[in-house]
Design a protein around this ligand. Structure first.
Ligand SMILES: Cc1cc2nc3c(=O)[nH]c(=O)nc-3n(C[C@H](O)[C@H](O)[C@H](O)COP(=O)(O)O)c2cc1C
Length: 228
């Protein structure tokens, strides 16, 4: 496949525990101008929807009846993702391929402004170096579970993937915010989505201008005060 970016394989990269990532997870809407490292983006995409079993059947997030309705995209700006060798990935819209653990280019160019406009002009979407967009093919789940798949299972699964992105981003020193307010058709157009894929979350990712700082001791004080 032409232009495919094979990502560095998933591996243990962070010394942040799950409880620390939960403690420090916050929705972040202000980013420095720093790029995202390709190896970190690879881990964030793997957390969202990566393969996690020896036969390649299962993923990082649970899925109703293993129907796996989600499709993950990355909208990457100009000079916004840097490789270990110091090169920049071409700006564009890429689709994450979970089995190859690769980014497949869909269109080249910096589409962050268009994505921002489609997201009701939320400036953090335009300013973040990368936005991960979670889409779903509802039919994969509704063909098994009918209406329950549409109103419950698929939205639940997007939540699982979204939280995985939040936690992995936090563990690697990045910030993100789950953006649900956007014009569906406009986001679909920016991404060049096939008709069956519907966008559900836009998650801008970048280095936070101010990271959350809270310790478990702080939290204990908050809980003690609430009990008084
Ligand atoms: C379904 C959903 C939709 C959201 N949509 C937006 C959005 O469009 N724009 C935004 O800035 N934040 C959005 N948020 C983030 C919430 O504002 C945020 O999670 C909330 O204020 C709690 O803050 P926290 O995430 O830091 O704990 C959304 C969150 C959820 C769960």
């Amino acid at each position: 496949m032409e232009g495919v970016v094979y990502l560095p394989p998933p591996r243990k990269v962070s010394s942040v525990t799950v409880e620390e990532a939960l403690l420090l997870r916050r929705s972040i809407r202000a980013f420095t101008g720093d790029p995202v490292r390709l190896e970190d983006l690879a881990m964030i995409l793997w957390a969202a929807d990566g393969v996690t079993d020896a036969r390649g059947e299962f993923r990082s997030a649970p899925s109703a009846g293993a129907t796996f309705p989600l499709e993950i995209y990355a909208v990457i700006g100009e000079k916004c993702v840097v490789t270990a060798g110091g090169e920049h990935l071409a700006a564009g819209v890429y689709k994450y391929h979970p089995h190859l653990h690769a980014l497949v280019p869909r269109r080249y160019g910096d589409f962050r402004r268009e994505l921002e406009a489609a997201s009701l002009r939320q400036s953090w979407v335009g300013r973040a170096p990368v936005s991960v967009v979670i889409c779903a093919v509802f039919e994969r789940t509704t063909s098994v579970y009918g209406e329950r798949g549409r109103v419950r299972y698929v939205p639940m699964e997007v939540g699982h993937a979204g939280q995985n992105i939040y936690l992995m981003a936090t563990a690697l020193g990045y910030g993100t915010v789950a953006v649900g307010a956007f014009h569906d058709e406009a986001v679909a157009e920016v991404l060049g989505l096939p008709r069956e894929e519907k966008p559900l979350y836009v998650m801008p990712v970048g280095v936070p201008r101010r990271a959350a700082r809270l310790s478990f001791e702080d939290l204990e004080r908050v809980i003690s005060a609430a009990r008084r």
